[in-house]
Design a protein around this ligand. Structure first.
Ligand code: PAF
Length: 278
């Protein structure tokens, strides 16, 4: 497995490879990332995983400095998973003009709701770095976890709007035994918070079951989910029932996405699930 640190090396590695799949990550890899790698191996001849903690997508009071960095363990896991190359540039390689980028990518509308409301600028940072990774590695396909459902929707919309020559694929959320979605940020939870964190997926499951049973009062279902998070000690950010394009659900909606986010102590957790009914 080749470890690539520069844009020039990345371009050399990429040249003359027939089908390349990219799994973009910020490292601190877990079972969710590794499931994307396994899916990538099925659709491409060569798999490259990027590891880059992107400063552009962190707000001033967010966890950039403390974000877990576990490069050696990540490389060992990727080698074991059969990855062909790891692209792990430094900040100065990705943003040579300083810690930012004068040119950014903004996907209007879809970024101005849900996580975009409490994390202004976050999705511009994601869209910008993903565009840059696509330009550097020119993958045929790129895989993103459905756990970050809004991020996946933003990248899909960006790729469609800008006619980017890459197929964007989503991979299912991988969960721990009690239902908590794998996330690098789970590492911040104290043992007590970790026990209570299960309320996030449980509240979403509860609302999904009620939607499946035909309940239509979306506002009271959202309030119910919100209350379940509060009761478990979360400071909820949102609990929303949307359609699969993230528009608010209506009585005509048959395929729902239930999305929630909240803080448990100092840790912000997000999760979502889909439910369809005839
Ligand atoms: O989901 C992530 O880990 C990041 O947002 C991504 C897509 C790697 C961009 O930095």
């Amino acid at each position: 497995m080749q470890i690539i640190k520069t844009v020039a090396e990345a371009r050399t590695w990429r040249a003359a490879k027939p089908r390349v799949a990219l799994v973009p990550t910020m490292g601190n890899l877990h079972a969710g990332h590794l499931s994307l790698v396994a899916a990538a191996r099925k659709i491409a001849d060569h798999v490259v995983v990027s590891i880059f903690v992107n400063p552009l997508q962190f707000g001033p009071n967010e966890d950039l400095a403390n974000y877990p960095r576990t490069f050696e363990a990540d490389v060992a896991a990727l080698e074991h998973a059969g990855v062909d190359a790891v692209f792990a540039p430094g900040v100065e390689e990705m943003y040579p003009a300083g810690g930012a980028s004068a040119t950014t990518v903004h996907v209007a509308g879809i970024t101005e709701m849900l996580c975009g409301t409490s994390r202004p600028g976050h999705f511009d940072g994601v869209a910008t770095v993903v565009t840059k990774l696509f330009n550097i590695l020119t993958p045929d396909s790129a895989l993103f976890g459905e756990k970050d459902y809004q991020q996946l929707a933003v990248v899909r919309r960006m790729a469609a709007d800008l006619a980017l020559p890459v197929v964007v694929e989503g991979g299912p959320t991988v969960r721990e035994a009690d239902g908590l979605a794998y996330s690098s940020r789970n590492a911040y939870l104290t043992p007590d918070e970790r026990r209570r964190a299960v309320a996030l997926s449980a509240a979403i499951d509860d609302v999904c079951a009620r939607l499946a049973a035909g309940q239509q009062d979306f506002r009271s279902l959202e309030a119910r989910g919100w209350a379940q998070l509060s009761d478990a000690g979360f400071d909820p950010d949102y609990f929303d029932i949307r359609d699969t394009d993230l528009a608010p659900a209506t009585r005509q909606t048959t395929a729902f996405r239930v999305l929630a986010a909240g803080r448990l102590g100092r840790t912000r957790l997000i999760d979502n699930k889909g439910i369809s009914r005839d």
